[in-house]
Design a protein. Structure first.
Length: 420
């Protein structure tokens, strides 16, 4: 089967799909990843076919408006910005989706692509499998949706999911129904999530049940599979995934460093991060491996205890590190746990605060919301995370995550969903 994987967002939104694509190819499928044009070199470097979706995600996250919203920490404003940006490019973006759809038989999609992929899958009668790398948004009485855990009982818990789904629908409704009408289809009268659920569309959460349990009241088309990651054997042949000789020498020459990196987040206030790192270097003995990701940092300090890179291969560098300070992206969280790394989650938005709360609850590390971040808070958080109890918990959790065999689980469920 020719399978199209559709994702739009950050590198963290793409990386797990590389693992899934390689796994599906190993099973004899042809695979195309359709994503923002930024990621062509990364995807094709793994030998995976790539189709560019219109727009550049890195540029979208680095506008002055985006930086200001990130600095404010206002999640609703960030969501409005994101969908307003997609609305502004909707015509060429839709065309790029249509071009990709013409090349494939079955669809694997992430949440941010479903306003378009759901329309085209229905119109052309192509099977659709939904995949997520975040805490669930499937209605359950077991627990409330992320960040609404003020109470915890059945009807309230279900209500939190309905409210979140309705809010998502509010942002995408006009664009979805405009596109459906353009395609000669009736507009939806109910929200898109409910419409897809009524068709029992396979709905896979690629996260660990050891961190968030799968509710007993879910229907059978909703599943948690476990985390997925790209096998090191595949990374070995990719030029972007190699461990640079100068970085290897720096890692070998001193104590295990603290990893600091905020992924593809444009942090909003780069000067704040630089000032904190300067004080870490001046007032502690920590060595720091700092990954800039998509954020722009001017005038980074020069210091023998600091190594700066845009990206590193987590699987190769985490074994050298003592503690991981990061934004709370699910994939990075899983990688740190697999490598026994206590975490300090500096959360910005969406699901990141939830992972921070889980890290604290499970005694896997500490959590500092970005708006509260200071040198003092960071220093205390690192010290709190770097202890034997946390390391023991992290090691056990990492072993449990590996034993789940998440990649094989999700590959099986995708093929069942697309071939049945």
């Amino acid at each position: 089967m020719k399978i199209g994987i559709f994702t739009y967002g950050t590198r963290g939104d793409l990386q797990p799909y590389i693992a899934i694509a390689l796994g599906l190819m190993k099973r004899g499928n042809e695979v195309i990843i359709a994503a923002a044009a930024d990621f062509r070199q990364l995807v094709e470097g793994y030998g995976i076919s790539f189709h560019p979706l219109y727009g550049e995600a890195e540029q979208m996250m680095n506008t002055e408006e985006a930086k200001a919203i990130l600095q404010s920490g206002n999640q609703l404003q960030l969501m409005k910005y994101y969908f307003r940006f997609l609305h502004s490019i909707r015509q060429p973006l839709r065309k790029s989706y249509e071009e990709a759809f013409s090349k494939v038989d079955g669809i694997v999609a992430n949440s941010m692509t479903i306003p378009i992929t759901s329309v085209l899958a229905e119109k052309y009668n192509k099977k659709l499998v939904l995949t997520y790398f975040m805490p669930p948004v499937v209605e359950t009485a077991a627990y409330p949706i992320s960040d609404f855990n003020f109470l915890n009982f059945g009807w309230y818990n279900k209500l939190t999911y309905r409210l979140a789904q309705n809010m998502f629908w509010k942002y995408i409704k006009d664009d979805v129904n405009e596109y459906r009408i353009e395609q000669g289809m009736e507009p939806l009268q109910t929200n898109l999530i409910k419409a897809l659920d009524s068709k029992c569309t396979p709905d896979l959460y690629c996260i660990s049940k050891h961190l968030i349990p799968q509710p007993a009241d879910w229907q059978s088309h909703h599943k948690m599979t476990g985390f997925v990651s790209v096998e090191q054997a595949h990374r070995n042949g990719h030029m972007q995934e190699q461990l640079r000789e100068d970085l290897k020498a720096w890692l070998d020459e001193g104590d295990a460093p603290v990893y600091i990196g905020f992924g593809s987040n444009a942090v909003g206030d780069a000067a704040k991060i630089i000032a904190i790192i300067e004080r870490v270097l001046q007032e502690t003995n920590y060595r720091v491996l700092f990954c800039t990701g998509w954020a722009v940092y001017d005038n980074m300090p020069k210091h023998k205890h600091l190594y700066v890179a845009k990206y590193v291969n987590h699987e190769l560098v985490f074994p050298y590190c003592s503690v991981g300070v990061f934004h709370g992206g699910a994939g990075t969280f899983a990688a740190m746990l697999r490598h026994g790394l206590p975490v300090v989650i500096v959360s910005f938005y969406t699901d990141q605060p939830t992972w921070g709360k889980i890290a604290v609850k499970k005694q896997l590390g500490t959590h500092v919301p970005y708006k509260q971040l200071s040198f003092e808070r960071l220093k205390t958080a690192i010290a709190s995370a770097d202890n034997e109890t946390v390391r023991t918990n992290v090691k056990r959790m990492g072993q449990a995550i590996v034993a789940e065999n998440g990649l094989e689980n999700v590959l099986h469920e995708i093929e069942v969903g697309l071939y049945s």
